[in-house]
Design a protein around this ligand. Structure first.
Ligand SMILES: O=C(O)CCC(=O)C(=O)O
Ligand SMILES: [Fe+2]
Length: 373
């Protein structure tokens, strides 16, 4: 079979949900020289066998290709095969120099925005990809200290950041509980998510209790972008990992990440995120009850736009980069009455956030991207 035939077979197997059959064809297509097939196979394999995944990429004749190198590094990093910097920082810098723009974006996501290292790399992005520089509004961050930095300083600055632990949260409510993790995403990362995924925005839906299908409802008037696996990148993976750490759950128990935009006047009226086993039976099938919610605010809203908990008399104001985490149901899957909450409308500004709901079991999204992790 030639490469096209192998890929056609892989697509057919994939459409029939036979992932192991699809993997077999992708593996062969990768070995025959198709880089995309090789990467797809490596990502699939990385769910359960990350070491084998890296070894597979190393066995290919295209291993020196910078894109292959970049994904090999990401698989090793996100699957925790690298526990200390071990040259990851240097490799990322080297990949950026070879023209892998994603490597520079990963670097930017770990650096302090006000640092000369950030400006130095942002300037490189300006030189090789001016469109991306403009779309990400990187000129907001570039300062005159560009010339004070160099590649070695960037690698040094990056090293400690790559393995920084999640800072301890502030407990806002002990009973539910509700926790706030400050500055989990940088301003650059927040802007990146808005820029990259707003093209996917559609009117939000709620689950119809009769049909079990999503439908538009005045309860939830914001717009949502569903970041399904084909759109996932290093940052959505980083967020999945962050949320898993903050909620003490596994990545495979998370639902798909949602980007939400409220324009002034739009809101999410008081509701429970926990599902009703009878009314939401269809949604329930994919991972069971919703146990926790994580919300990351992507911009600071000055008037309105709070997340409110009416039964607790609490409100949390959206601050760029902060992550709010709360429980929705108890160990037995019962709805926690105090988790009733709302997304208030804003007065003048838009409000942007990403939200992730966690289930009691593995979800299809989680299994697809993370296997058992
Ligand atoms: O907009 C908010 O602050 C809350 C969003 C929310 O409740 C949700 O997405 O489930
Ligand atoms: Fe909610």
């Amino acid at each position: 079979m030639n490469i096209q035939q192998l890929i056609a077979k892989a697509n057919k197997a994939h459409a029939a949900n036979d992932i192991s059959l699809a993997m077999g064809f992708l593996k062969q297509a990768g070995e025959a020289g198709d880089i995309n097939a090789a990467l797809d196979y490596a990502y699939y394999l990385s769910h359960d066998k990350p070491i084998e995944s890296v070894q597979y990429l190393e066995s290919l004749s295209c291993v020196e290709n910078p894109i292959v190198q970049y994904h090999k590094l990401l698989i090793a990093y996100f699957c925790d095969l690298i526990t200390e910097s071990n040259g990851v920082a240097k490799s990322l810098v080297a990949l950026g120099q070879k023209g892998v723009i994603e490597a520079y974006l990963v670097i930017l996501s770990y650096l302090e925005q006000s640092s000369s290292e950030f400006s130095f790399i942002a300037n490189k992005v300006r030189n090789i990809a001016p469109n991306i520089f403009n779309q990400l509004k990187l000129d907001e961050f570039v300062n005159s200290k560009v010339c004070e930095s160099n590649n070695d300083k960037v690698a040094q600055g990056l090293e400690s950041k790559l393995f920084e632990p999640l800072p301890l949260p502030i407990t806002l409510n002990e009973e539910l509980p509700i926790s706030l993790f400050e500055s989990t995403l940088s301003g650059f990362e927040c802007n990146y998510l808005i820029t990259k995924f707003s093209a996917l925005l559609q009117p939000s839906m709620v689950v119809d209790p009769i049909t079990g299908q999503g439908r538009i409802d005045k309860v939830r008037t914001s717009y949502v972008a569903i970041i399904s696996p084909e759109h996932c990148d290093w940052l959505t993976r980083k967020i999945d990992k962050l949320v898993a750490k903050a909620t003490k759950t596994r990545c495979c128990e998370g639902e798909v990440l949602n980007l939400l935009r409220y324009v002034p006047g739009q809101e999410y009226k008081p509701h429970y995120d926990a599902l009703n086993r009878l009314h939401d039976a269809k949604t329930f099938e994919d991972g069971g009850q919703r146990t926790k919610t994580a919300i990351i605010y992507l911009n600071t809203v000055n008037e309105g736009g709070n997340t409110t908990f009416p039964k607790l008399g609490m409100r949390v104001s959206p601050n760029k980069g902060n992550m709010l985490v709360f429980n929705n149901s108890d160990d037995k899957g019962n709805v926690l009455i105090n988790s009733y909450h709302a997304g208030e409308s804003t007065q003048k500004e838009n409000k942007w956030l990403v939200t992730k709901w966690i289930r009691e079991h593995k979800t299809n999204y989680g299994k697809f991207l993370y296997g058992n992790h």
